[in-house]
Design a protein. Structure first.
Length: 533
């Protein structure tokens, strides 16, 4: 007896390669086909003329789980993509507060009390009001000390959760990731077409029937995934779904990128101090500079507002910041905002065509992951029931706006007013109503539970408090429950300190870990070649 749905989608066409296109292809193929290329044919069309944007080269803590879902071996892909670990983000020169203007946002969650699950940061705040001068992030997160000590978040082949950080992300080469996923996808039955799309043909209901290509004729599909980047070739151009800009609350609209290669023969940058297991975000005159250290090179760039600085001036400021004057720069225009509805008719936009929030918290790849995850939870058949589409659109809008609010938080709390850009952020920024309401609450008391409108927000209470504390936005009082059992807070901080020291002893140096997996991959390749002979 067959239970197959005669309306089942059996043909998906993805427009656009890069990280968004090939991650979408392999993700959908894994869930729908078990990685075998049928019963749903997945076709990816990419142009050989279009490069990869690659504004950000970092992920957050969700990406290891996505790789596991895809059946990808961590060490193998890290070696092939020159990837490194990311324990946290270090923010430099953001607050404008006197003294050491540095704060951290670790990827690992925070210690909480048993029973009521009170986050440790409430006890830190109580001690702060009592005169304790210890820094917030170093007091509340083991990941800060481990990052400063250049420790890997885990040991090779060690699966013991007590001797590794609970969450971590990666720095990676976006071009190499796309190539890796392409090779994997094609070997698992995904059809690749290298061609240019000339036109889009619709049926009588306004649904996409097929894409007209230059050399392959019409490519038909049941469901179309738009991974065409900022151009929004299907969702914005063909279906004319409007893009809603957020430049009134996020001012940066340009970027300039300059890779910095390590010295010859020093692929792990040991002559200059090694490879940091964290991203660094340094505020500059009209935006901020990123540093994502990889194997063989570091990714660097300047996200800035064109209203306050020219591309030439931005490039020069970045070169002065990096002390790098020879490597060619790449200039990018970015659109910050979201396509109003990311699913229209039989087309779903994923990646930059769907929306983009500047890469300050490395959410670019995450929004691809989330878009695919929620698409599959609302996956249609050829009837395309509106309830599935509407639920998806609302979910993605809520998620996008929640992340947008978190990014705005980094700007609107600044005390910097040394340049016109920072003055504009301090005095003239439009703060979304959803964030403004929470800021008013946090002026009185910090959060102690999931306060977001999103059922499963990406950034929970501890992430917001990292920014609030780092920017000096302290509430009037501590959570009243934190004033009881004063010995409990001492126990929590002692427990955290012991845990950090334990991990510091157990975990290898970041460079040593990377050397290990690269050497293992070389030996594995030699072994495989020997078997083939």
């Amino acid at each position: 007896m067959t239970l197959e749905n005669p309306q089942q989608i059996t043909n998906i066409v993805i427009l656009g390669g890069g990280s968004a296109g090939w991650l979408s292809a392999t993700y959908l193929n894994q869930i729908l086909n078990g990685g075998k290329g049928s019963p749903c044919q997945i076709t990816l069309i990419e142009s050989s003329d279009i490069g990869i944007i690659g504004v950000g080269e970092a992920t957050i803590h969700t990406f290891p789980g996505t790789l596991k879902l895809l059946g990808i071996n961590e060490s193998e892909w890290m070696v092939k993509c020159n990837a490194t670990f990311k324990n946290a983000i270090k923010f430099v020169n953001w607050s404008g507060l006197p003294g050491k203007d540095v704060y951290w946002h670790p990827l690992s969650d925070i210690i909480r009390t048993t029973g009521l699950s009170i986050p440790i940061f409430h006890y830190w705040l109580q001690s702060k009001f009592q005169g304790n001068s210890a820094a917030f992030d170093a007091s509340c997160f083991a990941a800060v000390e481990l990052s400063e000590s250049q420790k890997s978040p885990k040991s090779v082949n060690n699966q013991n959760p007590h001797t590794q950080l609970s969450d971590y992300g990666y720095h990676l080469d976006a071009g190499l990731l796309a190539t890796y996923l392409k090779e994997k996808g094609k070997s698992e039955g995904i059809r690749q077409i290298v061609d240019n799309v000339l036109d889009v043909a619709f049926d009588e209901h306004g649904f996409i029937r097929h894409l007209v290509t230059e050399n392959h004729g019409g490519v038909a599909g049941d469901l179309f995934i738009d991974c065409s980047g900022f151009s929004g070739r299907l969702i914005n151009q063909a279906l004319q779904e409007p893009f809603i800009s957020d430049n009134d609350c996020l001012l940066c609209d340009r970027a300039v990128a300059i890779p910095v290669f390590y010295e010859s023969g020093d692929k792990y940058n040991e002559k200059r101090g090694g490879i940091n297991p964290y991203t660094t975000s340094t505020a500059l005159s009209s935006g901020w500079a990123w540093n994502t250290p990889l194997v063989e090179r570091s990714g660097n760039g300047y996200v800035y507002s064109s209203a306050f600085i020219s591309p030439e001036q931005a490039e020069m400021e970045l070169r002065q910041h990096l002390q790098e004057y020879t490597t060619p720069a790449r200039h990018l225009q970015i659109r910050v905002g979201k396509t109003r509805n990311t699913w229209v008719k039989n087309c779903v936009s994923i990646g930059l065509s769907s929306g983009f929030i500047e890469p300050l918290e490395s959410t670019g790849l995450y929004l691809i992951e989330a878009g695919l995850y929620h698409l599959l939870k609302n996956f249609p058949d050829r009837k395309f029931d509106p309830i599935l589409r509407d639920n998806y659109n609302q979910t993605m809008q809520d998620l996008y706006e929640d992340i947008r609010d978190f990014i705005v938080l980094h700007y609107c709390l600044t005390q910097r007013e040394d340049t016109p850009f920072w003055q504009a952020n301090k005095y003239n920024l439009k703060i979304p109503d959803s964030l403004q309401q929470r800021l008013e609450q946090w002026r009185y008391i910090w959060p102690s539970h999931n306060f977001s409108a999103v059922s499963q927000p990406l950034f929970g209470d501890y992430s917001y408090v990292c920014i609030l504390a780092g920017m000096g936005y302290l509430p009037e009082k501590a959570l009243p429950i934190a004033t009881y059992q004063p010995t409990l807070s001492l126990q929590l901080f002692a427990q955290l300190k012991n845990y950090a020291q334990h991990l510091k002893t157990c975990l290898p140096n970041h460079v040593d870990y990377l050397k290990n997996i690269h050497q293992r991959e070389i030996l594995s390749n030699i072994f495989m070649l020997g078997k083939q002979e």
